[in-house]
Design a protein around this ligand. Structure first.
Ligand code: UDP
Length: 238
């Protein structure tokens, strides 16, 4: 059966850890390639795709500052980590024949384009996958906030947050077998119940811009395409 989707433009957010595979640190190229194929299968549906990738597999500002580094400096290092992940994803996607552009919030002209909103929109219209790197470019933020910001700027219909579990649960499903998954939940309930979907600033920004967040499992082969076509299990926050 032919998969169909009503989505025209979406943003896929993945954490840096999603690129680690079974390793404790860094990049696992076969895993990067696997996720690139997930993106490819959605690209084939004609959906315009942008991506934000975290940096936690390489460096997190908070852990640097916990060890005595100046917080903003540590955060800039975290943002640089996301650029490495973006370049790895770009390489994997281009290996599949998909045209991509990396746009960095911290200008780094030798390795990427600078973030220019209107140029990014143009790339999307030409069906290039745009990978937004370096988060928001500001310390004290996260790539979840960056994903919400860029998805709002690009007028994406939703953020798809690929995780290790197939949605948002009332407690950790890996620890509690009786954990209950929500089909849908409001931004306010996520905030009030401190559910680990995205950090509070990202949730609040999504709420203020009426941007739905779809939480789904990236471990499920074909999962991303399935979710876009309305199949499989997920949680929608809106
Ligand atoms: N970061 C930042 N500003 C941003 C985005 C990211 O300072 O707008 C830094 C921050 O130090 C963060 C690190 O980059 O810890 C990696 O991003 P994040 O923790 O969001 O990655 P993920 O958890 O998604 O892998």
């Amino acid at each position: 059966t032919e998969a169909r989707t009503t989505y025209k433009r979406v943003l896929l957010k993945i954490s840096g850890e999603a690129l680690m595979g079974d390793q404790a640190y860094g990049l696992h190229p076969p895993t990067v390639q696997r996720i690139a194929r997930e993106v490819q299968s959605v690209h084939e549906l004609g959906v315009e795709i942008c991506m934000v990738i975290g940096g936690g597999n390489i460096f997190r500002g908070l852990s640097g500052s916990a060890q005595g580094m100046e917080r903003s400096t540590a955060d800039y290092m975290g943002m640089l980590a996301t650029v490495m992940n973006a370049l790895a994803m770009q390489s994997a996607l281009e290996g599949l024949g998909i045209h991509t552009r990396v746009q960095s919030a911290i200008p780094m002209d030798t390795v990427s384009e600078p973030y220019i909103r209107r140029r990014a929109v143009r790339h999307l219209e030409k069906k290039r996958v745009v990978i937004f790197a370096a988060g928001t470019g500001n310390p004290y933020f996260t790539t979840d906030t960056a994903a919400t910001l860029r998805a709002s700027e690009m007028h994406c219909e939703a953020i798809f947050k690929g995780t290790k579990v197939d949605g948002v649960y009332d407690k950790d499903p890996k620890k509690f077998p009786d954990a209950k998954r929500y089909d849908k939940i409001t931004y306010d309930d996520v905030l009030q119940q401190h559910l680990a979907v995205m950090d509070a600033s990202a949730i609040a920004l999504a709420r203020d811009n009426s941007l739905p967040i779809v939480v789904f499992s990236l471990d499920e082969p074909g999962g991303f395409r399935g979710i876009l076509a309305g199949q499989g299990t997920y949680t929608i926050v809106r």
